[in-house]
Design a protein around this ligand. Structure first.
Ligand SMILES: C[S@@+](CC[C@H](N)C(=O)[O-])C[C@H]1O[C@@H](n2cnc3c(N)ncnc32)[C@H](O)[C@@H]1O
Length: 254
């Protein structure tokens, strides 16, 4: 376990509450629509990369997909196992998993692909996802362009539990040069007599949208870029910095 994952270890118990603003139902509708539009491999085998506590997995299972989740945090996978007892769970780094022609749909949301760092690892994850898809299958993930990082104060959310109060902060920082996107996460837990704080710094991959497209094409994907709008499938306007990348593995590989 790397020091980078310490916070996800501590966070796993609270992760669902902190993500209470995320509309996983909408995300799962989107994933199903993307599968209908972009996957042509004939099955419903689904893998979520960096699956966290398995919220999307559960909803996809309810839609009739057979589900697998990958994460490099055993604590997050333990939460997933409680939520989805029938899921196949893979403890692995994003860039290191070995699966061949197994899945019809692979997703990775909440910008988790950027955890593949450095750029060579990002590229390797794309190749691993390509290898893991059946011909005709699709890989769908969200991404942010490094030139659109606001370098602002980020997002703060609060949670009141019985005897404690939790504050969760996250913000990105991009220096304007190179391929490092800094993610700063922190949790403060205040209880009757004690205040506890975790601060974590994750190095993620900073990349542009055209560069992601190029790497996907090099991996073999046919690529479509959509707006990062889970309510609908809409083509990227070429301007916004937040997108959903769709890579389809050709039925006949050249
Ligand atoms: C922001 S959470 C997103 C979880 C989930 N996709 C969601 O939308 O709720 C990021 C997840 O990525 C996992 N993670 C971070 N770096 C990883 C890596 N290099 N390989 C595999 N998983 C990783 C963390 O353990 C965490 O569960």
């Amino acid at each position: 376990m790397t020091a980078q994952n310490q916070l996800y270890l501590d966070l796993s118990r609270y992760y669902d509450q902190f993500c209470s603003d995320i509309d996983y139902a909408e995300q799962s509708e989107f994933a199903q629509r993307a599968w209908q539009c972009f996957s042509n491999s004939g099955g419903r085998a689904f893998l979520d990369l960096a699956c966290g506590t398995g919220q999307l997995l559960k909803l996809m299972e309810d839609k009739g997909f057979s589900i697998s989740g990958l994460d490099n945090s055993q604590e997050m996978l333990d939460q997933t196992a409680k939520r989805c007892p029938d899921a196949t769970l893979l403890l692995s780094d994003l860039a290191e998993f070995e699966r061949h022609h197994e899945y019809d749909l692979i997703t990775s949301f909440l910008y988790s692909m950027h955890y593949s760092h450095p750029l060579a690892a990002f590229q390797q994850t794309l190749c691993k996802a390509y290898q893991a898809l059946k011909p005709g299958g699709a890989f769908v993930f969200d991404a942010v362009d490094k030139n659109g990082i606001a370098n602002d104060t980020g997002v703060v959310s609060e949670l009141a539990l019985d005897a404690e109060h939790l504050t969760f902060r996250s913000r990105w920082f991009y220096s304007g040069q190179g391929d490092v996107l800094d993610l700063f996460l922190s949790i403060t837990r205040e209880s009757n007599h004690e205040t506890q704080t975790w601060d974590d710094h994750h190095r993620m991959t900073a990349i542009t949208i055209p560069n992601i497209k190029q790497l996907m094409q090099q991996a073999g994907f046919e690529t479509t870029i959509l707006e990062r709008d889970y309510a609908r499938l809409s083509e990227w306007d070429g301007k916004s910095s937040n997108v959903i990348m769709v890579g389809t593995k050709p039925l006949l590989e050249v």
